[in-house]
Design a protein around this ligand. Structure first.
Ligand code: GTP
Ligand code: SPV
Ligand code: MN
Length: 592
């Protein structure tokens, strides 16, 4: 029986169901009993495998098709009315043409299968920040992941009532044919259609498709921001908590930073870090004139490789129950999940992510895919913030941008003001990673870490950032910074220890926000004086020369960078905001 009387939902479903022609229809009510039935069904069909119930209670393993292991940016489209509206950084398809193409692929694709109707909320149900969605899917894996990543079930319909403000999402597995895989967003129609994939970011439609691509456009029209940002709170020894939002591209350290464990010297003083979110932030101006952020998600879809008891004990702990592992290795001795970097003891008797027998002690192949993931409930995280469910969000003191740059970008620098901060975000660049199909390690521009996720013209998105700042009193606007944990020395080793030690940099950032510490002015912004970076306890790891090198601004290298930024802006054919062009000219002048 239908779980809602909302006429806009019923009409949309009728049309989609007539198209995909399922054998059976199941409304997801969010109850544990129903989810348990679906788990049992997925176990019976082999879609999921149950892991060791003592070591990993309620945990499951799933393997995707070999051709379907990451987001596919070249097959992702913004289907706005004109190409200009999608802008030069997005793939564009005419909406009518896209609907026709996708309907052709989706037609009859649920034959003999079950249609699952998932009502879900991005953000706590009933929060003024939150938005509802309905995803129609023929995959139990999608239902079970959405039930971890979002708030699903009947209360979502109750809160929505008869409103038309919800996002339509159609997902069809079809034959997982790479050539017919399309991830299409129709921002003007609040609609997403995803076909021929069963992988994370392509099919959990609440995540990148809705909470970033569609929501960025909603935010543009409604005066708020949807960002690829973690949200964390730093609690000082006085018990005051300050919140930071940080945008890094995929696989560049958001989950790790969001859950960091302070270095020992900080722990002893009483510092704590609280995780509000690890991937996405929705940001609005609050009644007091400051910017507030919520995490629209309810779980973590985190990178498994490299997650271990030392690098990220909080994330590891979050995966110890109620978690779905995708494309990791299976240790047959104790029926647990294993991945590269979990420990130094790879299992000899195992199955790799491809489903083949694997001896981790001898094989040169990887056991887990580099983009293998865990889907873990946020409430499992030991450092989840007490404000996680706060419907009003948390007040933001600082925005931080960052990426992987082996050279050039200093460990940290501060933008001169809001508009210069928008310039710094717009000029971000980072080495590509395994989170998306394609080459790894190539430096590309990735403004605000939103290159694959901005649902409209990036130049208008920059203007929107400028406008959001202009509506804030300067003393209430968050300060803007850039960080780089990934500087390498001549031998190719990371120069900065990273992970928990990144708190040392956040410490400087928060001191700057409060005017408690000085800085050195350079052509790119303010960098720390070497003596202001707290190295207590890591003096043997980070030498004075090394720190000096990480804080250096090399004018010759930055001149080349400025040319790269100019080239990037040129793609926008004069649409890049004047405020940003001015910042670029000012940078060039300062470098001369
Ligand atoms: P997505 O979920 O794809 O958006 O990724 P993410 O930004 O959350 O990245 P995540 O925290 O999962 O880290 C990705 C990779 O970067 C992992 O292999 C980490 O081990 C590595 N990493 C994270 N933080 C640091 C750091 O401070 N220094 C270094 N050297 N590596 C890091
Ligand atoms: C990312 O690639 O930024 C992710 C994983 O967070 S996915 O959900 O696949 O987009
Ligand atoms: Mn991400």
């Amino acid at each position: 029986m239908a779980l809602t009387k909302n006429p806009t939902i019923l009409a949309w479903l009728e049309e989609q169901l007539a198209l995909v022609q399922p054998e059976k229809i199941v409304w997801i009510d969010g109850s544990e009993a129903q989810l348990n039935e679906l788990r049992a069904e997925a176990l019976a069909s082999g879609e999921l495998q149950k892991l060791n119930d003592e070591l990993l209670p309620d945990c499951y393993l799933h393997r995707t098709a070999l051709n379907d292991v990451a987001r596919v940016e070249h097959r992702t489209f913004i289907c706005a009315p004109t190409k200009e509206q999608a802008g030069p950084t997005n793939n564009w398809m005419d909406p009518q043409q896209a609907y026709a193409l996708l309907k052709g692929i989706a037609k009859g694709s649920y034959k003999g299968r079950t249609a699952y109707i998932i009502p879900y909320s991005m953000g706590p149900v009933g929060s003024p920040f939150s938005k509802a969605g309905v995803e129609l899917t023929d995959s139990i894996y999608v239902v079970l992941n959405m039930a971890i990543m979002t708030r699903v079930g009947t209360p979502v319909f109750e809160a929505l009532g008869d409103s038309d403000d919800w996002v339509r999402g159609l997902h069809c597995r079809c034959g997982i044919v790479e050539e017919d895989r399309y991830i299409c967003q129709f921002p003007q129609d609040n609609t997403i259609i995803s076909v021929n994939s069963g992988y994370g970011g392509n099919v959990l439609l609440g995540k990148k498709c809705f909470a970033l691509r569609i929501a960025s456009y909603q935010g543009y029209r409604e005066q708020w921001l949807a960002e690829h940002m973690l949200i964390l709170g730093v609690e000082n020894p006085q018990g005051e908590v300050r919140y930071i939002c940080a945008a890094f591209p995929s696989m560049c350290g958001k989950t790790n930073l969001a859950m960091l464990i302070p270095p020992e010297s900080y722990r002893k003083k009483g510092y704590k870090v609280w995780c509000v979110g690890d991937d996405i932030a929705w940001i609005r101006k609050g009644a007091d004139g400051r910017l507030y952020a919520i995490n629209p998600e309810n779980g973590f879809f985190g990178v498994a490789p490299g997650t271990n008891a030392k690098s990220n004990p909080n994330a590891l702990e979050a995966t110890r129950r109620g978690t779905i592992f995708t494309n990791v290795a299976l240790n047959l001795d104790d029926n647990t999940a294993w991945w590269e970097g979990l420990d130094k003891n790879p299992p000899a008797n195992a199955i790799d992510w491809k489903g083949n027998p694997w001896n981790g002690k001898e094989s040169a192949e990887k056991g887990a895919h580099p983009n293998s993931r865990f889907t873990a409930p946020a409430k499992n995280c030991p450092c989840i913030s007490p404000e996680f469910e706060n419907p009003q969000g948390v007040p933001i003191s600082a925005f931080v941008f960052g990426g992987r740059r082996a050279k050039l970008t200093p460990l940290v620098y501060q933008a001169r003001d809001w508009n210069h901060g928008v310039f710094v975000g717009s000029a971000m660049a980072s080495e590509t990673t395994a989170a998306a199909a394609g080459a790894v390690g190539v430096v590309r521009r990735d403004p605000m870490a939103m290159l694959p996720f901005c649902g409209y013209n990036m130049a208008e998105y920059w203007q929107h950032w400028i406008d959001i700042g202009a509506a804030l009193e300067p003393e209430k606007a968050p300060k803007v910074f850039n960080v780089n944990w990934f500087r390498k020395d001549e031998e190719g080793n990371f120069m900065w220890p990273g992970f928990g030690d990144n708190l040392r940099v956040l410490d400087w950032i928060l001191d700057r926000c409060e005017g408690k510490v000085g800085a050195v002015e350079t052509p790119i912004g303010f960098v720390p004086r070497a003596e202001d970076v707290n190295l207590e306890g890591i003096e043997s790891e980070v030498s004075a020369e090394s720190l000096k090198a990480m804080l250096e601004v090399d004018p010759a290298l930055w001149q080349t960078e400025a040319e790269g930024i100019a080239e990037f802006y040129a793609k926008f054919e004069g649409k890049a905001p004047k405020e940003l062009q001015d910042c670029l000219e000012a940078l060039k002048a300062k470098l001369r």
